[in-house]
Each structure stands twice: as structure tokens, then as C-alpha cells.
Design a protein around this ligand. Sequence first.
Ligand code: E4P
Length: 226
Amino acid sequence: MAIFIDTGKIEDIKEFHRMGIIRGVTTNPTILLKEGVTGGWDGIKERMTEIAAIINPLPLSVEVTTNDPDGMIAEAKELSALADNINIKITIHGPEGEIENLQVIHELENVHDIRVNVTAMMSAQQCFLAAMAGASYVSIFGGRVNNMGYDSCDEIARLRRLLDKFELKSEIIVGSTREVLNIIEWLDSGAHIVTATPSLIKGMIVHPYTKETVQMFLRDGAKLRK
Ligand code: E4P
């Protein structure tokens, strides 16, 4: 799976999809708000339908906008019905630590056959329980883990060992990517997927010394042609 792009911007998604270097898209309400998605619930659905069609059959993660258990199930059903490649992001617990979210996650996966990406997790133990509940994807926010003073690579490696040991189907997505280096170090630590912004993915590609070398080749190529 490897790299997903963490954005709702159509032009960026098209650009990286055309290069063949992304294997999916992740979004969340904060990203969509910052990117100027308007039109309320219908506006979200419209943008998600457009992205899902561009990347089809690659997966697109879309987050619910409520923490009410019935509301989460209703929104998840509506969003996942937009396209076959949409999976639903549910946070591991509510804003006050409400743990009913795990029941919702289990029900969506096992009763409604909706793929769930459990999100906003900061530790291997949270991700392990989300995996036990049946999540298709478990998202750990690596940059935030580092900011709290813990080593995200250790958490990822431990989580991968546990998922493999207990043969749990969940794939690890590491998000909250802050540095270009995070992408490779997290994949190397055991993440199945790292999701990163367009500018960080671009940062993996462009190297100043490569620029200089290409300039030399072009200069000398022009001299040769004379
Ligand atoms: C991942 O799926 C999230 O969209 C994202 O990476 C969140 O990261 P941040 O809010 O810490 O930037």
C-alpha cells in the first residue's frame, strides 16, 4: 500500500495519482475546512464523490462529523454509499473519552460491512484494541506522538508485531506527518501506509543535488548536439 495523500484538494490528488505514487487518499473535517470545502453536508458528499471517482479503485477515507453513536452509523452508511472505494473514519473515542465508539466500529465492520479507519490514535494499545474490534485500518498520528515526547517509530514497530502475532487484519496508517523523513522511517518501522500532505511527498522527490546534476546533463547535452 505504502503512501496515501492527506488532502481533499482535487488538483493535488490528480497530479500525484497521474504519477502513480499514491495508493489512496485520507481526509478529515479539519483538512476539508482549511481547504475551503463549502456547501455543508451536501458539499462534503459532492467533494468525496469527486475524489472517489478520480482515484477509483484506490481507497478514500472520509470522517463522520458527529460523535453520537446513531448519528455516526447513519453518516457512515450515507458516506459509504457514495462509492465502493470509500471507507469511514471514526475516532477511537469521543471528545470526553466516550468508549461507545468501539461498539460503533465493530457494528459498522461486522453488521453493515462498512470498512472503518479508526483515527486520532496516539498509541499502539489504542490501535490494538481498534484492530480487535475489527477495523480495516488503524490510524496512529505519528507527529503528535513525537510531540508528546514518545517515539512514534517504537509505537509503530510494537503495533505491527502485535497485529502480525495475533493475525489481525487491520492495516496501519501513520498520519500527522510533519517531516519528509517521517514517511520512510515510519514505513521502515512497520507501517503498511503513511499518509502525507502533497508538499511532504513533493519533498521526497526533489533533491538540490539532483537538480544540479540534471542541469549539468542538459548543459552538456546541448553542447554535444551542436
Ligand atoms: C490522517 O489520516 C489525518 O488526516 C492527519 O494526518 C492528521 O494529522 P494532523 O491533524 O496532526 O496534521
